[in-house]
Write a protein that binds this ligand. Structure first.
Ligand code: MN
Length: 490
């Protein structure tokens, strides 16, 4: 994360003379250095320039667009910076933009303040001119306001940087589909051309037979080495060692295949396992743990979103997983949702050491009982997110949830599970989710917040719907109706 750069660009003008501009530049460099020391700032803030003319700004924005190390631009107005000179550059800017409304001094110095001080320290003045041009250009931008050494604004800035990392991930993402989507399912479908136009995802299919060929080339020594890692990281709760070894073979082969084609996300389906003995369970879980996106039943949208959320939240430590709403617990006053999948839940969300188990899987063409990791999910606040294709546009739906330690041990459930309460409450939340069209497949994340995903959706220019504590049915219906009209005009 620290290798990813955000350019700190300070707006000014020539009016004040060279001395003021030198002070501005020195302070901007000092601020960047100090902010980089904060644990709340995940990426590098690089002080780039104090800009004074239209030509300087235009050249800098062009450079930002073409520099792959630049993940976004943070602008700040120490002094007043007339905004007509920003128009050409901002119109060209294709990277995420944050307007950081802050000022160098925390307090108004009672004795010291005079007109020289006012000319140098006029963020309040400059921010409004800068804000106007953002609004006038209809340019999506994050606005962070507050003192640059305080926890609140630094946290907000840091999380926005993570969303911007998600933008860059989206712009270069390749999704490998092993086989097609599950037959007849609607919500896992989508317009792959539109998705590439809008989000830049390259979504393509490879034959399962090509993966099987890769699997056949894996040596016993490679499998032995991976089995040793399994033994160290997980409890081996099965004596079907050959089945586990088969998953190790699948893991190595899939990783090799994905890395060769440059894909960071993949899908498969139980309906197409031609030449394979087991649906990859443990193997898919392991790849997710290493940061790859995954979607079951050919669901490439959720696979890509899982990868993007993992990229955004790298190093945060809470965990993010492909998830599926399975079944409800509807005891009055004690309502919960139980999420799981037939095999593939990412162990990054496990509360304890996962167990490797082998069980019969009736669905699909499994010749052998597939090995999988079984565990309970952590307790704590989280979100579930679903990207759907509305026909002509994409909609990202995010719901706040509170994961709990499962209230029963469910000893005969042979898969990983997460239990949660949804906001505003389970039944109202489910009604809202259903009304909005959210899928049964989601990305569940203990790290990403609704705000981070909203920022990401805004930067990608797609519709965003949030279901949280304060959401009302009336408000949601109104929002969906108006969004339908607005997105037709866009
Ligand atoms: Mn599924």
């Amino acid at each position: 994360m620290k290798n990813k750069q955000f350019w700190f660009v300070v707006g000014s003008q020539h009016l004040y003379g060279p001395e003021v501009l030198e002070t501005v530049a020195a302070r901007a460099a000092e601020m960047a250095a100090k902010m980089n020391d904060s644990p709340l700032i995940p990426c590098a803030i690089v002080y780039k320039a104090t800009v004074k003319t239209c030509e300087e700004i235009t050249a800098l924005m062009k450079e930002a667009n073409y520099d792959d190390n630049c993940y976004g631009v943070i602008t700040w107005c120490h002094t007043f910076s007339p905004s007509k000179m920003w128009i050409n550059g901002l119109e060209l800017l294709q990277k995420p933009w944050c307007h950081f409304a802050t000022q160098y001094n925390r307090k108004i110095p009672n004795e010291e303040i005079d007109m020289d001080f006012m000319n140098l320290n006029q963020a309040a003045h400059g921010d409004r001119e800068h804000g106007f041009i953002g609004a006038r250009l209809r340019k999506p931008r994050k606005i962070v306001m507050g003192y640059w050494q305080d926890e609140g604004p630094l946290k907000e800035l840091g999380l926005w940087m993570r969303s911007a990392v998600g933008v860059a991930e989206s712009r270069s993402l390749k999704v490998c589909r092993f086989g097609d989507n599950m037959r007849n399912v609607a919500v896992t479908e989508g317009d792959k051309v539109e998705v590439q136009r809008k989000l830049d995802w390259q979504v393509n299919t490879w034959a399962v037979g090509d993966l099987v060929k890769e699997m056949n080339a894996i040596t016993d020594a490679e499998i032995d080495a991976l089995m040793a890692e399994y033994a160290q990281k997980y409890d081996m709760n099965t004596d079907k060692v050959e089945n586990v070894r088969y998953q190790a073979r699948e893991e190595i082969a899939m990783k090799r295949f994905l890395d060769r084609i440059g894909a960071k996300a993949f899908t498969n389906t139980f309906e197409d396992l031609y030449g394979m003995e087991q649906l990859p369970g443990l193997a898919s879980q392991r790849l997710m743990e290493q940061g790859y996106g995954y979607g079951g039943e050919g669901d490439w949208k959720v696979s890509a979103m899982t990868r993007i959320v993992k990229a955004m939240t790298e190093g945060m430590g809470g965990g993010s997983a492909f998830m599926e709403d399975y079944t409800y617990h509807l005891k009055e006053g004690e309502e919960y949702s139980l999420g799981a999948h037939m095999l593939e839940v990412c162990p990054s969300v496990a509360a304890d050491k996962p167990r490797i188990e082998c069980h019969h899987l009736g669905i699909g063409m499994n010749e052998k009982d597939p090995a999988r990791l079984v565990f309970e999910g952590k307790a704590g606040p989280a979100v579930v997110a679903s990207l759907i294709d509305m026909g002509g546009r994409l909609r990202l739906i995010v719901q706040d949830i509170e994961a709990v330690k499962p209230i029963m041990d469910m000893p005969n459930l042979p898969v990983a599970r997460v239990m949660w309460r949804a906001y505003p409450d389970l039944c109202t939340g489910a009604k809202m989710w259903i009304l909005t069209g959210g899928a049964h497949h989601t990305v569940l994340s203990y790290d990403a917040t609704a705000q981070m995903l909203e920022d990401w959706a805004e930067m990608m220019d797609i519709e965003y719907v949030h279901i949280g504590k304060e959401t009302t049915m009336e408000g949601l219906k109104q929002q969906l109706l108006l969004a339908d009209l607005a997105w037709k005009l866009k």
